[in-house]
Design a binder for this molecule. Structure first.
Ligand code: HEM
Length: 351
C-alpha cells in the first residue's frame, strides 16, 4: 500500500477495527485485573463500552462527534527531533531530525460540544505523526501533569457523578462531593485545576503525556520516561476577571490570530525515570529533579475549524505507536485504546 495520506487514514481505520474486536475480550478479561481494592463493585463494571455509555448518559449523544473532548479545533505542522539528545534513549523515527508531518487537534475535556472555552477543566492535544516510512505515531496529552483516575472505574464514576439532574438539568454537587470523598486518586488533579485557571490560548498551554512510556534504543535498552510539551510562547492562565468577561468561544480566534504572526512552537521535554518512579499510576507525579532532555520541537503553522479539520476523522488512540516507544502496563493507558475505539466506531457510523 502506497503511503498517501488516504492510505495512512485507511490503515488507521483498519487498526481501529482490530482494536474494537479485541475491546470486548479486554473488557471481559480485564475487569478482574483492573479491580480497585477501594471499590470492587465499580471495578467489576469498568468496561470500555460502559465508559462510553456513561459519557453519553451524562452529555447526550451528539451525532458524528467524539464522546469525550467533543469540542475542539484542528491544526497542522511539523515535528523535528533532536537525534543527539534522543538517540541514546530511543530509536524512534520521530527523533531522526527530519521534519515529520503532524496533524493536531486541541480540545476541551468532556462530552459537551458547546462547552465554554473558559470552563475550568482540562484541555487536550492530540498529535498524529506521519513518519517517513509510512508508519504513524500518536501522542495524546492533557494540560494537567496528572490524571484523575488510577483505575478505569474512577473515570466512569466521575462522569456518572457530573451528570446533571434529569429533572432540572442542573448539576448535582452532592454527587460530585460523594465522588471526591470516595476516590482519593482524583484529588491531585482536582487541586491542580482549582489552582490553575485555563489558558487564554492553546499557544500558551503546556501539555503532559502523563503516563509513563518506554523508550527503546538501537541496543534494545529500555528507559522509562515521561514527557511534556512546553510552549515557546510561555505558559499563561486567564485571570479571574478575564474568566468572568471572556466570551463563550475564543480559543479558535486566539490561535488563528497568533498564527498570523508566525508558527507556534512547543519543545518536547522528556524526563528520565529512576528506580522507584511510578510506572503504572498516572495520578502520581515523578520528583521534579529528574534529568530532562529536549528531544525535539513541534511547530504548528495553520489552524482549522472543527468542521473542516483534517483531525476530525482521526482516532488519537495513544497505543498507535511506532518502533522505539512502547506503552507500560498502566491500566488507564491500556483502557484508553478500546474506549477510543468505541467512541470512534459510534461517531464514524453516524456519518
Ligand atoms: C480511563 C481513561 C480515559 C478514557 C476512558 C478516555 C476516553 C476518551 C474518549 C472516548 C475520547 C474520544 C475518542 C474519539 O472519539 O476519538 C477521548 C479523547 C481524548 N482523550 Fe481521553 N480518556 C481517558 C484518559 C485520558 C488521558 C489519561 C489523557 C491524556 C494523557 C486523555 C486525553 C485525551 C485527549 C487529548 C482526547 C481528544 C483527542 C482528539 O482530539 O481526538 N484521555 N478520551
Amino acid at each position: 500500500m502506497a503511503d498517501t495520506p488516504e492510505n495512512l487514514h485507511r490503515r488507521n481505520t483498519l487498526l481501529q477495527a482490530v482494536r474494537l474486536s479485541v475491546a470486548g475480550t479486554f473488557a471481559a478479561s480485564g475487569a478482574a485485573a483492573l479491580a480497585s481494592p477501594a471499590a470492587p463493585d465499580e471495578a467489576a463494571a469498568a468496561t470500555a463500552e460502559k465508559a462510553i455509555d456513561t459519557l453519553e448518559g451524562t452529555y447526550g449523544t451528539h451525532k458524528g462527534q467524539r464522546r469525550n473532548h467533543t469540542k475542539g479545533i484542528g491544526a497542522m505542522g511539523t515535528f523535528v527531533g533532536n537525534p543527539a539528545a534522543a538517540a541514546p534513549y530511543s530509536r524512534s523515527l520521530l527523533f531522526s531530525g527530519a521534519p515529520i508531518d503532524v496533524v493536531a487537534r486541541f480540545s476541551i475535556a468532556g462530552g459537551n460540544p458547546k462547552v465554554e472555552d473558559k470552563e475550568k477543566s482540562t484541555r487536550g492535544l492530540g498529535l498524529e505523526f506521519r513518519l517517513p516510512d509510512g508508519g504513524m505515531h500518536h501522542i495524546t496529552m492533557l494540560n494537567t501533569p496528572m490524571f484523575f483516575a488510577r483505575m478505569p472505574a474512577t473515570f466512569i464514576a466521575k462522569f456518572a457523578a457530573v451528570k446533571p439532574d434529569p429533572a432540572t438539568g442542573k448539576p448535582m454537587p452532592e454527587k460530585v462531593k460523594a465522588f471526591n470523598a470516595t476516590h482519593p486518586d482524583a484529588a491531585s488533579q482536582t487541586m491542580f485545576l482549582t489552582e490553575h485557571n485555563p489558558p487564554p490560548s492553546y499557544a500558551n498551554s503546556a501539555f503532559y503525556g502523563i503516563h509513563t512510556f518506554k523508550f527503546v534504543n538501537k541496543a534494545n535498552h529500555v528507559t522509562l520516561v515521561r514527557w511534556r510539551f512546553v510552549p515557546r510562547d510561555g505558559e499563561k492562565s486567564l485571570s479571574d476577571a478575564e474568566m468572568a468577561s471572556a466570551p463563550d468561544d475564543f480559543l479558535y480566534a486566539a490561535l488563528t490570530e497568533r498564527l498570523k504572526h508566525g508558527p507556534v512552537k512547543w519543545d518536547m521535554l522528556v524526563a528520565i525515570g529512576e528506580p522507584g518512579d511510578s510506572e503504572t499510576d498516572p495520578t502520581v507525579l515523578w520528583p521534579k529533579e529528574r534529568k530532562e532532555i529536549n528531544v525535539g520541537t513541534l511547530t504548528l503553522t495553520s489552524a482549522a475549524p472543527p468542521e473542516t479539520a483534517a483531525s476530525n476523522r482521526i482516532n488519537f488512540d495513544p497505543l498507535v505507536m511506532a518502533d522505539g516507544i512502547l506503552p507500560t502496563e498502566d491500566p488507564i493507558l491500556l483502557f484508553r485504546s478500546p474506549s477510543y475505539a468505541y467512541s470512534y466506531a459510534r461517531r464514524q457510523s453516524e456519518g
